[in-house]
Write a protein that binds this ligand. Structure first.
Ligand SMILES: Nc1ncnc2c1ncn2[C@@H]1O[C@H](COP(=O)(O)OP(=O)(O)OP(=O)(O)O)[C@@H](O)[C@H]1O
Length: 731
């Protein structure tokens, strides 16, 4: 056991050389016995498999050896002495084969069995007796080769057989050849026994020596080791089982992997197909792209060639340009040099010019000073001019006042082409405003009636002639006075014609309105006054005021007013104005020098027809309208009459019309009335009533002879104005 203990892994390395020697001895014995041995290096590595195999073989050998009894007979009835016996006899025995032969090479179990079988065949008697054996068979059996190789059991069975046969025979003697065979066999057995005994003795001594070197403790270690080995074996079996399960699991996993692999292969196949398709497409595209690129390359090459050619051309061109520029540069340089020379000269002349300029400036300054003195004198003179202007304005107004603040003109309308019988009521028109009207139906002193006006415009009078006396009064408006121009008369007598002119009138036919407005703008003294002109209707409900800058602006507004004017047919006029038309123009002037403000106004009044109600055959609303018209005309007559009489009370408030015209009726305002007459005899009574109205309005002044003193005053004033104006112009 000590020996086995020394077989533990690593023991040889740890133990001393004596242990190692023992192992070597053990291995030598194993070698001698022909048993599969292990190497010393196995112990050093700890590889126990070879060691265990060796020990197992040794154990089996011992077991086999125990089968043969010390007497050499078949103790257990088996003639062949098989390995079933476990006993290990201490008495000399012999093994089933020669131990000496096992020195050569370790026989395998199969070869050993073969040899034993062969010698059984030679020595086994299958039937019959040994005495019946042929001489050849016996000589074959007696051959030393056969005897040497025959198993001991076979030899013993031969001996037993011959002995049994001799006992059965009793009287018969054993044939000589059989006796020789018996002798030979016995000798062989003896030889084997002695040899075996010797070998066994030697082997047992050696084994015992080897075993004697171990102790009981080592045996325990070996047993423990064996136990461990068993445990390891069971563990290994367990592991093997686990391994088997693991292998099964692995197989299953393998199967799954196979399935996955097949799926992957399928996918790979599809991917490969797709990839191939894609590659194909790519190749096609690449080919197309390549073709395209080649085409483009060719184009680009052509372009490049063109560009190169152009570059060459440009290079040549730039070269020629460069040469030209060089030439020009040369010319410029010489030119610049020349210019520098000229510049120097210029600088010199500039200096002298500067000097001259300074001289001129000095003399200019002196002249400016002189001019300043003169200008101051002029400004003073201008101040005088304004004083003169103001005085002129005042004197002009005085003149107009002396001429009369209320003037009544008479205008007789010509017969119209459509009028059939042209019998006139106008018998005489005097140069100084005398008018004789006749009534053809009457005789005697009642037949004629005389009237007196400031002036009479006959049927042939032009629009310009009618306006001529009005024109000077327009200046009064700009001078800041009020003025009112009124057209009065029966319907169809020509009021609108006088105030506005015929429809679509040319400049020649323009009425008072247009001409007055034109004069307002043309007489606008912009050098000394700033004027603002606005038509005004603020005194009338729903009226509005609009700034105007020209005659056309005013006419436009008049047009709007006319559209709104009530017009209706009467028995006397197909298109009769059934309302008064008033255009009020306010003028604001500012003296630019003194800052003094002026405010003048001009009322242009086209009254409604003055015919009698019964004559116009008006009824209903038209009758009421006619009555209103008559009332307002009557109120106007009363106001003008009161003014002419210089009454303390003037009844402005009796009608809207007089309220509206208040600013241009009375005071320093000028009133100018055109009394319109229809010369036709059929209108005689209307003519008479119109003339009576005019007579009443103009009152005392009409027909009154101005005193010689008033006449002188007028002439003197006229002279003064003329004289001053001449002086002013001279200045
Ligand atoms: N001096 C004139 N020369 C030529 N035609 C004239 C003259 N006066 C008036 N007429 C004509 O007579 C007609 C009546 O004139 P207008 O309409 O001016 O009269 P009216 O007094 O304004 O009438 P109403 O009061 O009804 O409005 C018109 O056709 C007009 O052209």
């Amino acid at each position: 056991m000590q020996l086995l203990n020394k077989l533990r892994p690593g023991y040889a390395c740890k133990a001393g050389s004596s242990s190692s020697e023992n192992v070597k001895k053990f291995l030598a014995i194993m070698d001698e016995l022909g048993i599969l041995k292990f190497e010393l290096s196995d112990l050093e590595k700890g590889s126990m498999k070879n060691v265990m195999d060796c020990l197992s073989t040794l154990r089996a050998q011992f077991a086999y050896m125990g089968v043969v009894s010390p007497t050499g007979g078949n103790k257990y009835g088996s003639p062949h002495g098989d390995a079933s016996s476990n006993g290990l006899s201490s008495s000399p025995t012999f093994c089933g084969y020669r131990l000496s032969r096992s020195h050569t090479k370790q026989p395998s179990a199969a070869s050993m069995h073969h040899v034993v079988h062969k010698f059984h065949e030679v020595f086994q008697l299958k039937q019959g007796r040994y005495s019946d054996l042929s001489a050849a068979k016996i000589s074959e059996m007696m051959k030393s080769n056969s005897l040497d190789n025959a198993p001991t059991q076979s030899l013993l069975s031969v001996v037993n057989g011959i002995l049994d046969e001799s006992i059965e025979r009793k009287n018969d003697e054993i044939p000589h050849r059989v006796a020789c065979l018996l002798k030979k066999v016995v000798q062989e057995i003896e030889r084997r026994i002695s040899t075996q005994a010797e070998h066994l003795r030697t082997a047992r001594i050696r084994v015992l020596e080897a075993l004697a070197s171990g102790t009981g403790e080592e045996r325990g270690v070996v047993m423990d080791r064996l136990q461990q080995i068993k445990i390891e074996k069971s563990k290994m079996e367990e592991e093997k089982k686990t391994g088997v399960e693991h292998v099964a699991k692995l197989i299953k996993e393998q199967e799954q992997r196979d399935v996955e692999l097949s799926d992957l292969k399928q996918e790979l196949k599809l991917a490969k197909q797709r990839h191939e398709l894609h590659c194909l497409q790519m190749e096609t595209e690449a080919k197309a792209a390549k073709d395209g690129l080649e085409g483009r390359m060719k184009k680009l090459e052509i372009l490049l060639e063109d560009s190169r050619n152009q570059v060459r051309v440009l290079e040549a061109y730039s070269q020629s340009k460069s040469n030209m520029f060089n030439k020009k540069e040369h010319i410029f340089k010489s030119f610049v040099e020349f210019q520098f020379g000229a510049l120097k000269e210029l600088m010199l002349s500039s200096k002298s010019i500067k000097h001259e300029i300074l001289q001129v400036q000095k003399s200019n300054l002196e002249e400016f000073n002189d001019l300043g003195v003169k200008l101051k004198a002029l400004i003073d003179a201008t101040g005088d001019y304004h004083i003169v202007l103001d005085e002129n304005r005042r004197m002009f107004n005085e003149l107009q006042e002396l001429k009369g603040n209320i003037r009544v003109y008479c205008r007789i309308r010509p017969f119209l082409p459509r009028q059939a019988a042209k019998h006139t009521t106008v018998e005489y028109i005097g140069e100084h405003g005398e008018l004789a009207i006749v009534n053809p139906s009457k005789q005697g002193k009642d037949r004629r009636r005389n009237f007196k006006f400031n002036k009479i415009f006959g049927p042939e009078s032009t629009q310009a002639e009618v306006y001529s006396d009005t024109q000077p009064l327009i200046r009064s408006v700009l001078d800041g006075y009020g003025m009112c121009i009124i057209a009065y008369g029966q319907t169809g007598s020509g009021k609108t014609y006088t105030m506005t002119g015929p429809n679509g009138a040319s400049e020649e036919d323009w009425g008072v309105n247009y001409r007055a407005l034109n004069d307002l703008y043309s007489q606008n003294r912009r050098d000394s006054f700033l004027y603002e002109i606005q038509p005004n209707g603020l005194a009338v409900p729903d009226a509005s005021m609009h700034p105007v800058t020209s005659t056309s602006d005013v006419l436009e507004l008049i047009g709007v007013g006319l559209k709104n004017r009530a017009v209706g047919a009467t028995a006397m006029n197909e298109r009769s104005s059934r309302s008064h038309s008033v255009v009020s123009i306010h003028v604001r002037g500012k003296d630019l020098l003194s800052g003094a403000a002026l405010h003048g106004n001009l009322h242009l009044v086209d009254l409604a027809g003055s015919e009698r109600v019964d004559r116009s055959e008006a009824t209903g609303d038209r009758l009421k309208e006619a009555q209103h018209i008559n009332k307002s005309l009557s109120a106007l007559g009363d106001v003008i009459f009161s003014l002419a009489q210089k009454n303390s009370h003037v009844p402005y408030r009796n009608s809207k019309l007089t309220q509206l015209l208040q600013s241009s009726l009375g005071g320093q305002a000028k009133t100018l009335m055109f009394v319109q007459l229809n010369p036709d005899v059929s209108s005689y009574s209307e003519t008479i009533s119109t003339l009576k109205f005019a007579e009443r309005v103009s009152g005392v002044e009409l027909g009154a002879t101005r005193s010689s003193k008033e006449g002188r005053d007028v002439r003197e004033l006229m002279d003064q104005i003329g004289c001053r104006t001449k002086k002013k112009i001279a200045a």
